[in-house]
Design a protein around this ligand. Structure first.
Ligand code: UDP
Length: 323
């Protein structure tokens, strides 16, 4: 297939691009490089530097390339920033995404895989979180992704757009070539690994008084290759659907830090801080639906394996992508 990947220079997008190319697909990356990196793009991919906010920019890319399908990763994805600057999130994640969808419809492109998030749920009534739970986001980031999910439903009903929306839990890990390098790093695992690399003196733990066994937040960390695998299966899906995507296992902040100490052999000093606003205590996915419908199965079930792959990448790229 010929696949246009928006945000193909970002963390998750770049690894999906690599996996698509390995399977023999033709890939066009569409990225504006506000978050992504030039060196994160597999050289086998075709690159278009463009802007989703400009309808003509994405429209022309779709008309020129006539892809069979689109994978849409380009978005802003920081909860904290979205609480400071909601406009940025609604403009990029909703309006930018709509320009893409409209360009697809105009060009007869009807297959779409969307990068959604567990943040569309907000604090859950129960875990694991399955698709039947109500979606009540508590920040503009989650709201923007939920708004886009609702738009997708209508584009399917009215225009016949076939979509799969994948609600990721905590993406982590790396492949041999591509890994996690955010310009502003807020995520736990890369921040802990920066301490192991000697680039930071300590890691902060945001909240130690949660109602969890060790008092720190529990998350469902999913390896980036397992996540990419779900996108490949989604390309073949017969029906439009929303799927939650995690391993179903929960790991606390302290357990992540312990795994990093074990994998790196370095002591990680910690400083305990107050809770970070907007952090639910426990987010764990039920991925039963995607396992049943698409036959997806995660290969990396242990946090240590996930951290090992991330560490190998960080050791090779101590300064990240350098662009
Ligand atoms: N966290 C932390 N210190 C950090 C970064 C994150 O204690 O330097 C915590 C954060 O409060 C959350 C968990 O680690 O409970 C995972 O956070 P991350 O930002 O990696 O992902 P999120 O779950 O927010 O998408």
């Amino acid at each position: 297939m010929k696949i246009l990947v928006t945000g193909g220079a970002g963390y998750i997008g770049s690894i999906c691009v690599e996996q698509l190319l390995d399977l023999g697909h033709e890939v066009i990356v569409f990225d504006n490089f506000t978050e992504g990196h030039k060196n994160a793009i597999d050289p086998r991919a075709h690159l278009i530097v463009g802007e989703l906010q400009h309808r003509d920019s994405i429209g022309a890319a779709l008309t020129d390339m006539k892809p069979d399908a689109v994978m849409h990763f380009a978005a802003n994805a920081l909860v904290g920033e979205s609480m400071q600057n909601p406009s940025k999130y609604f403009r990029n994640n909703v309006y930018g995404g709509m320009n893409l969808l409209d360009g697809m419809i105009e060009n007869g492109v009807k297959r779409f895989v969307f990068s959604s998030t567990c943040a569309t749920f907000g604090p859950p009534e129960r875990v694991p979180i399955d698709e039947s739970l109500p979606q009540r986001p508590i920040n503009p980031y989650g709201e923007s992704k939920l708004m886009f999910e609702k738009i997708l439903r209508w584009y399917d009903e009215i225009h016949g757009l076939k979509f799969v929306s994948l609600r990721y839990f905590n993406a982590a890990g790396a492949t041999e070539k591509y890994g996690e390098d955010h310009r502003c790093e807020t995520h736990l695992i890369p921040n802990v690994l920066k301490v192991a690399l000697g680039q930071k003196s300590h890691v902060e733990i945001y909240g130690t008084d949660y109602e969890t066994p060790d008092g720190t937040c529990i998350r469902d960390y999913i390896h980036i290759v397992d996540l990419a695998q779900a996108h490949l299966l989604a390309l073949e899906a017969k029906e439009s659907a929303f799927y939650n995507l995690g391993t179903g296992g929960g790991t606390s902040v302290r357990e992540v830090i312990a795994a990093c100490e074990k994998v790196t052999g370095k002591k990680i000093p910690v400083v305990e801080k107050p809770r970070r606003p907007g952090d639910p205590p426990r987010l764990i996915a039920s991925s039963a639906k995607i396992q049943r419908d698409l036959g997806w199965k995660p290969k990396f079930q242990s946090i240590e394996k996930i951290v090992e792959s991330a560490w190998a990448w960080h050791v090779k790229h101590p300064q990240g992508y350098r662009d």
